[in-house]
Design a protein around this ligand. Structure first.
Ligand SMILES: [Zn+2]
Length: 290
């Protein structure tokens, strides 16, 4: 079963830094904002996955109530890319990306890439992703992953779209491909590396985005990295249904839970939640041309 067909909260996209599990209380509060105060953008969500097929309208309604102004649903193969486009057509605040996740790149044919190129030109498609390299799951040969990553980067460049990069246990190779292909617009999603990796990502001109794993008790190292990174380069995401923030561990994650990650980041940066929302939303609008 591909990972997105699973209905549980297995933290598929989490990095290799190791995160704890359990019902511990988080060090973050729960500032649910009044309706109409729209201030956050969930730049990496999967309402296009089966986990949300039954109740996505309720999920979107709850997201609005917590201040979510836009949700970018990220494709992981052709069916989920199509579903992301469908949702973008139906729902005002939804946008889509199209792409083939590295663990789904086995057995792709030329026609599949052609189809992807067609999908990438649909309305409200704002990026190519998620694409990259995943050496953790080990289900797809590295060379196949790399070829697909490169082909999709070329597509992004051809259409002048940013890329959403999935990188798991593949830091050096991901950086090498990005450098070689001169990728200048995009985001390293679900960041879990150290400050050196962050600096290398910035030197290419790319952004970094944080998920709920920023709120996990044992992730002091990641919070230390976040402290050093310039706000201008940061984005927020849930990666839902995966990676619920600390107060929601064990539950299905959803865009409305983004506020916990936002609160953690605002605390790290010593700024207000409103200010953090403004800056990160502006970053997202600029990168994805929302
Ligand atoms: Zn994802």
């Amino acid at each position: 079963m591909p990972f997105w067909a699973r209905n549980d909260c297995v933290a598929f996209c989490r990095g290799s830094s190791g995160v704890e599990r359990g019902p511990e209380k988080a060090g973050v509060g729960s500032s649910i904002l009044p309706l109409g105060t729209l201030m956050f953008i969930d730049t990496h969500s999967h309402l296009n996955f089966p986990a949300f097929s039954e109740d996505y309208p309720d999920v979107i309604a709850r997201a609005k109530r917590t201040g979510i102004a836009a949700i970018i649903n990220v494709g992981a193969d052709l069916p989920t890319s199509k579903r992301a486009i469908e949702l973008a057509q139906k729902e005002d605040l939804c946008y889509a990306t199209v792409g083939i996740h590295p663990t789904s790149t086995n057995n792709l044919k030329d026609e599949d890439y052609q189809e992807l190129e067609g999908l990438a030109q649909k309305k409200k498609v704002v990026a190519i992703g998620e694409i990259g390299l995943d050496y953790f799951h080990n289900s797809t040969p590295k060379e196949i992953q790399k070829r697909s990553f490169e082909m999709q980067i070329l597509l992004a460049k051809k259409l002048n779209l940013p890329v959403i990069i999935h990188n798991r246990d593949a830091h050096q190779d991901v950086l090498a491909v990005l450098k070689e292909k001169e990728v200048k617009k995009g985001v390293m999603h679900c960041f879990s590396g150290d400050i050196n990796l962050a600096k290398k990502v910035f030197s290419l001109g790319l952004h970094i985005s944080f998920t709920g794993n920023l709120t996990y008790k044992k992730n002091e190292d990641l919070r230390a990295v976040a402290k050093e990174i310039p706000l201008k380069k940061m984005l927020l995401e849930t990666d839902c249904p995966y990676l619920p923030p600390q107060p929601k561990r064990g539950k299905r994650n959803e865009p409305g839970f983004l506020v916990y990650t936002a609160e953690a980041l605002a605390k790290i940066k010593g700024i207000s939640l409103e200010e953090l929302g403004e800056i990160t939303s502006e970053n997202a609008r600029e990168l994805f041309k929302l």
